[in-house]
Design a protein around this ligand. Sequence first.
Ligand SMILES: [Zn+2]
Length: 130
Amino acid sequence: MRAARSQNTAPEILARRAAHRMGLRFRIHRQDLPGRPDMVLSKHRTVVFVHGCFWHGHADCDRAKLPKSNSKFWKNKIKRNRLRDRRVNAALEDLGWRVVVLWRCEIRSLDAARARLALAFESAEQSLSN
Ligand SMILES: [Zn+2]
């Protein structure tokens, strides 16, 4: 069973706005790719996921702290989510896609999202300015 995943969350929209302003072209939520990436940049053969720190178990992140009650349940749940993420990434890489993960804690503002995307698409940006 796949966990329910909400779409068009605030961080996703922020990431899209940032990508748009950088002149990156993308499609959203392509159904035909594993894990239904949040953004697909075909030209760069790259997919982008915006991951919630808690649900995807961001390592060493304040936002990923587990609740004290029911901790065993949460631990297992997050562990399963992380395994699924790993399977999805591997499947995408097998298909020749590069996978970029943006954690919510990294993109708290539009500027932060742009900076993060600039890192991921440095080569893309260079080719755009040439
Ligand atoms: Zn985080």
